[in-house]
Design a protein around this ligand. Sequence first.
Ligand SMILES: NC(=O)c1ccc[n+]([C@@H]2O[C@H](COP(=O)([O-])OP(=O)(O)OC[C@H]3O[C@@H](n4cnc5c(N)ncnc54)[C@H](O)[C@@H]3O)[C@@H](O)[C@H]2O)c1
Length: 248
Amino acid sequence: MGQFDGKVALVTGAARGIGQAIALKLAADGADLALCDLKAEWLEETAGLVKELGRRVECYSVDVSNAAGVDATVKQIEADFGKAVDVLVNNAGITKDGLLMRMSEEDWDAVLNVNLKGVFLFTKAAMRGMMKQRSGSIVNIASIIGLIGNPGQANYAASKGAVIAFTKTVAKELSSRNIRCNAVAPGFIKTPMTDKLSEEVQQKMLANIPLGRFGAPEDVANVVAFLAGDASGYVTGQVISTCGGMVM
Ligand SMILES: NC(=O)c1ccc[n+]([C@@H]2O[C@H](COP(=O)([O-])OP(=O)(O)OC[C@H]3O[C@@H](n4cnc5c(N)ncnc54)[C@H](O)[C@@H]3O)[C@@H](O)[C@H]2O)c1
């Protein structure tokens, strides 16, 4: 018996990286999966791996920052699975780094739209079903950068700091309906997002990680599974840094 048997989990940005690892961990623990990403065909690899775990999986092409698209996607998921979403993981995120002096309005808006508005839209769309069934767990993927800031990431830091504030407010608004909302703040996790950074930057980061290694997507997925499941039934509005001790 898995802790998510009979439950439907929706993961955004599930095509690769941390989102893929989260989908696989929730599936291994028994959940059926609704996978979302910009293009449904990018989700084939994750979907195949979920199927190998014996769980039901459906793929949805959606831009998390598009309100009409998000609403239609959540309605479709509820129709396809015949029930409300039990676990929502808002994972999709992007970076468009640059020093503030040179940061364009376009790059500011792009990052805020995906990282913050996307979390707002998916939470609002999925919470309706959760409220009706009077249960649900929402896990938002923030970042330690949203706690401590980082030169060259004003847009990203602002978006992730706002996700943390949003998480606490949702937790307060929905707790009376037995819906919990928490955030994970990953540190440096080896994914296509961080592979873009130069070897020099990566080595500098490593020197600041007490546990002496970069994180793996599975390190984040394990914390997400804890926050999504009943083992954390008395935990809401919290941010768990998953960063090898970089922030303490
Ligand atoms: N990798 C890290 O070190 C790290 C650290 C802290 C936080 N995070 C956060 O973890 C999350 C996942 O990061 P990752 O490293 O796996 O990134 P990634 O770039 O490897 O994967 C992100 C996924 O999100 C999807 N996506 C992007 N924009 C989208 C949109 N508008 N609509 C739908 N899907 C979209 C991408 O197609 C991709 O599949 C992000 O929110 C990121 O900010 C990552």
